[in-house]
Ligand binder design. Structure first.
Ligand SMILES: [Zn+2]
Ligand SMILES: [Zn+2]
Length: 268
């Protein structure tokens, strides 16, 4: 089976296309199941510090949930799961728990985007990226991923080595801290997302890179597939290729989620 669990919607302010169009593309791409996982409202920033395109507002969150559930009802031919890509920010765990509590998530993807107060996945901040010590940035990033794993708030770790999105080699610099983060994910019983969007960036590999996928396989950490689509034509992008690549590494199943419970399905 092929599943795409990382789909955004225009509510986040930096994605385009109707949710219906994402679903139709999933059917065209031959996917067996999809999950929307739009960005959470930036609960960790005061209103005044929020900038355009950072994410939906708190009042949009219930509308997003309702829209995903309505879409699922309209299309019984393709299972549609309710997910969220939620920011992990150290010290803000209780606020996130309160934000998540009212809704029947099938899964929550935990992602670290903000390190030292700015989003290292946003190309608008490339100058800050280049001006920061690569070693300290990557260590801070992977320390936060350890906190993400220990928080107990998430089922899936999103784009595990996204600190390499624009500049390759950060993860290798922080190799020990990155491995420690993998260990924390294993202890937490979490899955790792294989995110095909990394193929479009200089590293030209999924997030995470092959050596980390192999480290995860050694630790029996399960995988989830995601395209990180911010437009309908990206839904399912490269997932057939990723499935074949994972199979060549000996992976035979991926996880699907319902009510935050995982079950394995055969890959491909
Ligand atoms: Zn996004
Ligand atoms: Zn993300």
């Amino acid at each position: 089976m092929l599943l795409d669990y990382h789909l955004h919607t225009p509510r986040c302010g930096h994605a385009t296309g109707e949710m219906e169009a994402y679903l139709l593309q999933a059917q065209r791409a031959g996917l067996d199941e999809i999950g929307f996982s739009d960005h959470d409202p930036p609960y960790f920033l005061p209103e005044a510090a929020r900038y355009p395109g950072i994410g939906m507002t708190e009042t949009e969150l219930p509308e997003y949930v309702a829209e995903v559930m309505q879409l699922a009802q309209r299309h019984p031919e393709l299972p549609v799961r309710l997910g969220l890509e939620a920011d992990y920010v150290a010290g803000q765990e209780e606020r996130l728990a309160a934000l998540l509590a009212p809704y029947p998530w099938d899964y929550v993807i935990g992602s670290v985007h903000f390190v030292n107060g700015w989003d290292l996945t946003d190309e608008r901040f490339l100058e800050r990226y280049a001006a920061t010590s690569a070693l300290s940035l990557s260590e801070s990033y992977f320390f936060d991923v350890q906190g993400l794993a220990r928080s107990g708030l998430f089922q899936i770790a999103g784009h595990f080595d996204v600190v390499d999105k624009f500049f390759c080699g950060h993860t290798q610099l922080a190799r020990e801290v990155a491995i420690a983060a993998l260990e924390e994910l294993r202890k937490a019983g979490m899955a790792i997302e294989i995110n095909s969007s990394g193929l479009r960036y200089p590293k030209a590999s999924p997030f995470p890179a092959r050596w980390l996928v192999q480290e995860a396989i050694t630790r029996h950490i399960p995988f989830v597939l995601g395209s990180d689509a911010h437009a309908p034509h990206r839904v399912g992008a490269q997932l057939h290729r990723i499935a074949a690549w994972l199979q060549s590494l000996g992976v035979t199943s991926v996880l699907r989620f319902h009510n935050r419970e995982a079950s394995p399905v055969p890959l491909g």
